[in-house]
Ligand binder design. Structure first.
Ligand code: ZN
Length: 389
């Protein structure tokens, strides 16, 4: 099976001649005019894109929109022999002197780690971005990677509020908690913001903006760490990764990624995206499954006659389960991923989990009894999942 992986490569324009800088500036300004309903001259394909941005987003007057560059109008080339720059980008612009569309070659800096992605066949519609007085092109590179069809276990991931992620193997419920740091970072900055809020408004706003930058960088770094941990864990047992699809998370086909409209919430969408593409790059399937009822259903007997206990525990009034709530949720996500009704006991997860022959007591749980299964029992093939990517 193959999956498309989309990566955005940020290349920075540098050493622009005055003439090229002027042409880029003109094109950018004309694009802003066009997305807000004006009729400025633009490279024709770019003008079409402006029309699309206008009708899809209807951007506010006071916002800048990146110039959308159609993929068949752009090229990036490596040229070792030029002293000025080893990478050059062909940018479509409107040339007012000739009164027609034209292209200019501009020197760009490409991050070393991304150079292998810059093949024409990978490049999709991209964006010209103006930020802090500098010009960037965000090159969207999409490529197909092979992912395995068969796995020996399921690693189910529940993205929670306390921990950024809790992961459980379906076969034996071996569980790990990931990313407490994210919460700590956010708490720290929340306090900081509160204290700044009391200072003079204008100065405060600037400081808060900087904090926002620092915070999002730190959180992003943490999310990458969590994703790496999860993938390493899945690799150990040749497991497929499945994650609970949070409310408010939706897959945007145009963007080719998950988006979350509730940006003030924990960054689920971001983690879902990072986890998905990293997993695919690892040759591993990563599938969202509905989170509906997974937190209120007992993983062991399927009853919904449960209650939230203290300190993130969940208690089942029917079978007496007393379990970590996130672990319980993750177990249900794992069950659902293999196409099973979560309201039946785990022991009925078909071939996935054989009838328990022995009972084991897991560390860290309050004497909870659960079936012992080896990962070999799972024998899952992916046709049972419901990929939505
Ligand atoms: Zn129960």
């Amino acid at each position: 099976m193959h999956r498309e992986v989309t990566t955005t490569v940020r290349v920075k324009l540098h050493s622009l001649t005055e003439r090229k800088a002027r042409l880029i500036e003109r094109e950018y300004t004309a694009f802003q005019d066009a997305v807000h309903g004006g009729d400025a001259s633009l490279y024709s394909a770019t003008k079409q894109q402006a029309g699309k941005v206008r009708s899809n987003k209807n951007p506010r007057e006071d916002t800048d929109q990146p110039v959308v560059l159609r993929n068949d109008c752009i090229t990036i080339e490596h040229d070792e022999d030029t002293v000025l720059s080893s990478w050059w980008f062909k940018l479509p612009i409107y040339n007012p002197k000739r009164e027609r569309g034209d292209s200019i070659w501009v020197p760009v800096h490409v991050p070393e780690k991304d150079t292998h992605l810059l093949t024409d066949e990978y490049i999709r519609d991209s964006e010209l971005v103006h930020r802090d007085g500098e010009w960037y092109v965000h090159l969207v590179c999409k490529r197909s990677v092979a992912v395995a069809d068969e796995y020996d276990d399921v690693l189910a991931v529940d993205m929670g509020a306390k921990w950024i992620a809790v992961s459980t193997f379906l076969s034996d419920r071996d569980t790990q908690f990931h990313g407490a740091e994210v919460r700590r970072v956010r708490e720290h900055y929340k306090q900081l913001r509160k204290s700044i809020g009391k200072a003079k408004v204008r100065q405060g706003a600037q400081v808060i903006e900087r904090i926002g930058d620092k915070e999002s960088w730190t959180v992003e770094h943490e999310l990458h760490q969590v994703a790496n941990e999860l993938i390493a864990r899945a690799r150990e047992r040749n497991a497929v990764i499945v994650f609970g699809d949070m409310t408010g998370l939706r897959f945007d086909n145009d963007e080719g990624r998950y988006v979350n409209d509730k940006t003030h919430k924990m960054p689920y969408a971001k983690l879902a995206n990072i986890l998905t593409y990293k997993s695919h790059l690892d040759g591993r399937e990563c599938i969202p499954v509905s989170e509906y009822d997974t937190s209120v259903t007992c993983w062991r007997c399927g009853s919904q006659n449960t209650s939230r206990g203290a300190q993130g525990r969940v208690e089942c009034c029917d079978c007496g389960l007393d379990d970590n709530a996130d672990k319980n949720g993750a177990s249900n996500i794992g069950k659902r991923a293999v196409g099973k009704d979560i309201q039946s006991p785990l022991s009925t997860v078909g071939a996935a989990v054989a009838q328990p022959e022995t009972q084991v007591v897991l560390d860290g749980t309050s004497g909870e009894m659960e079936p012992a299964n080896s990962p070999k029992d799972v024998g899952l093939t992916l046709s049972e999942g419901s990929p939505r990517l």
